[in-house]
Ligand binder design. Structure first.
Ligand code: 5AD
Length: 421
């Protein structure tokens, strides 16, 4: 989501991006507020640009994203070298803000938005890139008690189907072969009588679009219609990111996730029934207020039962204005206990992922070649249908093509293989 917004910011500015902040006329720090750590990162990044601005006051320094929305004008007061604060929904207003600052030298806060123009600025697309994101939804209507997103990104707004298809087709015409539809609860997308399953089917009709992914799915919004579309549309990749957050019904209730452990397990069974080779990844929060050893053990038993392909796991972090932050005042889990739980869970996931990666040795995987491997230019890098990174020796003319690769090695975060010719 943030990567997409950063690319929209690049496009809104209509300027040449640079990796060297000293050369930049405008420096914007796009931020995330989901957990405290991300929030703190925003402040330390801002600190780095203090001297650059002091040496050349004509440079414009701004903060955008969810931290900008969360703290608003407090940021201007706290950070003297900051010129503007821009909320995540206000990106279309960026050109006007810059023009005003250049003209009047006045510091600005823009955290309001206009629904009509929410999706107006499409992202910058790097030439030659064969994968791209397309936003189908902004904001969120769920009210998970730990989550700050609805406070900073607002209620769910779904993008009209023709706009989504137009942006996708334009990208495909530029050489993109894989699209990832993005939204906070992407599969709750509905618009003008269409549901998420319809969106997938329509996207499946776009010529030369080879792969369709989407993230992040909300468990309760997985419908038969969605599963049928995933099964019927051949471009849909057989991997789903489906955050469960906890294996304990008590915790799921406290988080207001609106499903039970049993319901989640049954949903995975329904998905596997329709698409036997589907792989599932997830997000987990440990140390939610009130989480007992028994609750955590239920999360571990769920991990053992489902054997997720991979998982992102976090220690609960109280976020300003959320109900769970209030709850944490009374029922906080000892931070050391939470850390120990996280370590245990991550060690277990590592084992599962390693076993699964090793289990793929000898198999032939279809890989969309994205480019040269970052670590070794003699290797190409791409992703399997199941979203695993697979590196193999090959020449650059294969970029953008889907090729068969035989897996020879299963590493922790990636696979290695040989091109099948
Ligand atoms: N504390 C810890 N983790 C959180 N997440 C969201 N809010 C919090 C929080 N307050 C995690 C969830 C979500 C992922 C994007 O971040 O697991 O799925």
């Amino acid at each position: 989501m943030n990567e997409y917004d950063s690319d929209r910011i690049k496009n809104a500015l209509d300027a040449e991006p640079t990796d060297d902040p000293k050369k930049a006329d405008i420096i914007i720090i796009n931020t995330c507020a989901i957990r405290e750590k991300a929030d703190q990162k925003a402040f330390s990044s801002l600190g780095k640009y203090k001297h650059i601005k002091a040496n050349d006051p004509s440079k414009i320094v701004g903060i955008s994203g969810c931290v900008a929305q969360l703290y608003g004008d407090k940021l201007l007061k706290k950070i003297p070298h900051l010129d503007f604060v821009l909320g995540p929904r206000a990106i279309p207003k960026l050109p006007d803000i810059i023009a005003k600052i250049e003209q009047d030298k006045k510091r600005t806060v823009e955290t309001s938005y206009d629904i009509e123009e929410l999706f107006e600025v499409e992202p910058y697309h790097q030439k030659g890139k064969v994968t791209a994101f397309v936003s189908v939804q902004q904001g969120c209507n769920k009210r998970c008690t730990y989550c700050i997103v609805p406070n900073v990104r607002g209620d769910e707004v779904n993008r009209p189907l023709p706009d989504i298809l137009r942006e996708t087709t334009n990208l495909v015409n530029k050489g993109v072969r894989e699209i990832t539809f993005i939204g906070q609860t992407v599969n709750s997308w509905k618009e003008n009588g269409n549901k998420f399953g319809d969106l997938i089917r329509e996207a499946g009709d776009i010529e030369d679009l080879e792969r369709i992914r989407f993230t992040t799915s909300y468990p309760r919004d997985i419908t038969k219609k969605m599963i049928d579309a995933m099964k019927d549309v051949p471009q849909v990749c057989h991997h789903l990111h489906l955050p469960v957050q906890s294996g304990s019904n008590e915790m799921l209730r406290g988080m207001k996730r609106t499903y039970t452990r049993e319901w989640y397990i049954d949903t995975i069974a329904r998905l596997k029934d329709a698409i036997p080779d589907i792989t599932i990844s997830t997000d987990i929060i440990v140390g939610f207020p009130g989480e007992t050893d028994k609750d955590f053990e239920e999360t571990m038993s769920l991990m053992r039962e489902i054997e997720f392909e991979s998982s992102y796991s976090f220690k609960f972090s109280p976020r300003p204005g959320t109900p769970a932050a209030e709850l944490a005042l009374e029922e906080a889990v000892d931070p050391e206990v939470a850390s120990a739980r996280l370590t245990e869970l991550q060690a277990f996931q590592k084992e599962i992922t390693a076993t699964k990666n090793e289990g793929r040795i000898g198999q032939i995987e279809k890989v969309l070649v994205e480019g040269e491997s970052r670590n070794d230019p003699e290797f190409l890098s791409g992703r399997t249908d199941h979203n695993r990174i697979l590196n193999f020796r090959g020449t650059k003319d294969l970029v953008g093509k889907i090729v068969d690769v035989k897996v020879t090695e299963g590493l922790l975060n990636s696979l290695r293989g040989e091109l099948v010719v």
